[in-house]
Ligand binder design. Sequence first.
Ligand code: HEC
Ligand code: HEC
Length: 491
Amino acid sequence: MHPAFRAAVGGMVTASVWLALSGGVCGQPPGLDAREKADAARKKAREDARIALGRALFVREWVPDDRRTHGGDGLGPVFNDRSCLGCHHQGPTGGGGGSAATNIELITAVPAGAVASGSNGFYYAFSFNYGPDGFEYHIGEPPGLNANANANRGRRDARRHAGAAAPNVAELVRIHPGFRDAPSVVLHRYGNDADYRSWREWVLGDHGAIAIRTSQRNPTPLYGLGQVDAIPDEAIEAEARRRHPGWPQVNGRVARLADGRVGRFGWKGQTANLRDFVLSAAAVELGLEVPGHAQAGDPRIPPIRAKGLDLDQDECDALTAFVRSLPAPTAARPDGQRTTVARKLGRSLFRSTGCAACHVEKLGEVEGLYSDLLLHAMSPDLSDTSSYKAFQAAEPPAPAPARVVPAGARGGRANRPPALEEWRTPPLWGLRDSAPYLHDGRAATIDEAIRLHGGEASASAQRYRQLTDRERSLLQGFLLSLAAPDVPDLR
Ligand code: HEC
Ligand code: HEC
């Protein structure tokens, strides 16, 4: 094509788009600026349509054998709720769950009749090794607060208990096949099959030498997660190197995944990016087959591949785009001079009480997050299983080979999975609208949540207890000004 002709065709196309957008009232050929505007408008329209589709998928109530899939089987075979909105609706769409009824339930196998030590009892830790020595695992006491000492003790216990004292893997797998891959597995609330309910009750019962312990996870609000996703890894790593004058026990570490990536989502910082979390939520919570994530499987039958996809790539992109589009929480507007002053005082108490050492106000470019996204060792009372998985309807892919830990990450602690007492600092933005609090929602109020802080946070919690009633209420007043964003309620 002759260059001049090509330019003319290009001009005609642009002109017609531009005329369409401007209502066709102007006879002048558009300049570069108008063309850019038209491109931007088209791009925005596409993005808006994508978010609208994502919103529809977020609120969609799935049914078994749903006809809206791509050859998939819809909801289930096992699931925890029928829609994302079912657990993320508080304050309003995209928030937390608002009550224990939306918590997800995990099970862990422990030796029956073990003498409880601390509130957590004995725990069972599992390391799977398919080498010539077969499985290796150990039973030990709940770790105290010194993570390094625990790692050493864990290794000693592993040597002591490898083989003989450990429960038989076959027995564990007979209770739940998910125990083959992880120490704790998601016990789904519902199954499409009518007998699932009674099977579930059987799992929760006694099994000879093995007892099943249950624990819970509280749904986190999803506001502002697009911004959290965009925080550079380096900002989180820098936060882990920072020391806190006056609060020497605060010693957070990066939640590094087995493959070396920086974890930032989930109560244990177990997931590296938003897309991964959204897709695995679809697979685990709703039992949807999505690209790269096999749907949760019925544990009573051997893994079988799903018939087809429940959500295709475009729909997964749309669902992620919708979650990414949820605005960040905001500070509620003070209703007068007195509130403004009280809030300032509360905020400075937040700093002077040591809260801001972990609940960092600004991380990367994100203002008002109140989190360092690092793992901190909390009190033994808050200890709970380190990692969990869902049994999948297909064999999980082989784990990725471990990557070299980047320079700057701290020695032996760097790649360890979170210890039982380690939790990622939850962002406090939106706090007013996200009760109940803590990883299992055990704290009904902010005051209760703070009083349960221990371990690295014990000096700070101690300082909080020593405040006067008036100071405590100023501090709480400040925290209660952190509100969910104003988004439409889609329920
Ligand atoms: C049965 C309740 C339930 C349903 C349904 C559910 N979630 Fe969640 N969601 C949770 C819980 C519990 C957590 C915290 C899990 C953890 O960290 O261990 C969570 C965490 C998340 C997070 C991570 C938030 C953060 O800040 O770390 C994202 C993202 C998320 N959910 C998205 C979704 C999407 C998208 C859907 C629908 C496909 C969905 N969830 C359905 C209970 C649910
Ligand atoms: C050593 C780090 C650290 C310090 C210091 C700290 N926190 Fe926390 N905070 C955490 C972690 C980790 C959790 C989550 C624990 C869990 O869920 O078991 C948490 C949870 C919370 C929660 C519940 C949030 C939610 O969404 O459930 C509130 C509220 C809170 N902290 C407020 C405070 C206040 C106020 C202070 C100061 C008095 C403080 N924290 C000091 C690390 C810290």
